[in-house]
Design a protein around this ligand. Structure first.
Ligand SMILES: [Zn+2]
Length: 252
């Protein structure tokens, strides 16, 4: 895919996940990204509105440079700001790459991952901001949630946004890969929000929409006497059924 096509798909995905019915982002919340090559990716500029996404919402940045920040020393807030500006491919672009550029770079470096969508959905944050949040997402509750959002989410306890968050995500995603032998499809961050990780823009849209629906269903189920979770066997059965695998392929 050429650079313009990647940007066009990123814009379309960003507008899609910012639709009011999902209640996933308002104002300058959230950020999205797309891989151009092993050397570069687009990421949202700091403060830009996803709901008004256009070509000038995004900035092209150096992928290896973003990964080097995760491996490098701890930085002060000012040093991070300078380092983010340094990642720009075009130094005349006035946009500052999002403060979350490092986790986007890491996730886009995973095999088969080309798009990342990070949002703050109200329905999902009712869970991530609750005292029992991690426990509430201990298992899956309906088949489509498994098909689109994967076998389980990666849960991230609250840490400082930016470099610390990027490093923590890398550590927890690596644990997930060791356990399941594949990439996660979604990350839930305590007191923060959701990250959808996809091969395509459409996959990130589907993960985001389905994660929001599951969060709304969880909330309703609690009001009707409690949540009836799938057992581990039921989750594994759906995850490995050939007809479900076929459905998973349809949005790739
Ligand atoms: Zn955020």
């Amino acid at each position: 895919m050429d650079e313009q096509m990647v940007l066009d798909q990123l814009i379309r995905m960003s507008l899609e996940i910012a639709k009011p019915e999902l209640d996933a982002v308002i104002l300058g919340e959230g950020n999205t990204s797309a891989k151009i090559s092993d050397e570069a990716f687009f990421v949202k500029g700091s403060g830009k509105y996803l709901g008004r996404s256009a070509a000038d919402t995004f900035v092209k940045v150096d992928l290896k440079g973003a990964l080097a920040m995760l491996d490098g020393p701890d930085l002060t807030d000012n040093q991070i700001k300078d380092a983010l500006f340094d990642l720009r491919a075009d130094k005349t672009n006035p946009l500052k790459p999002s403060v979350e550029t490092t986790f986007h770079g890491y996730l886009l470096s995973l095999p088969g991952i080309n798009f990342v969508a990070h949002t703050h959905p109200t329905a999902v944050n009712m869970i991530t901001c609750s005292v029992n949040g991690k426990e509430i997402v201990k298992s899956r509750i309906f088949p489509d949630e498994i098909v689109y959002c994967g076998i389980e989410p990666v849960w991230i306890d609250y840490v400082d946004p930016g470099l610390t968050l990027g490093r923590t995500i890398r550590q927890e995603v690596t644990k997930f890969q060791d356990k399941h032998g594949c990439n996660p499809k979604m990350i839930m961050m305590q007191n923060h929000g959701l990250i959808a990780i996809g091969k395509t823009a459409h996959e990130c849209e589907a993960i985001t929409a389905e994660a929001i629906k599951a969060a709304r269903v969880l909330r309703g189920a609690m009001q009707f006497g409690g949540i009836k979770y799938f057992t581990e066997e039921q989750v594994n059965r759906i995850y490995t059924r050939p007809d479900e695998a076929y459905r998973q392929q349809q949005f790739k």
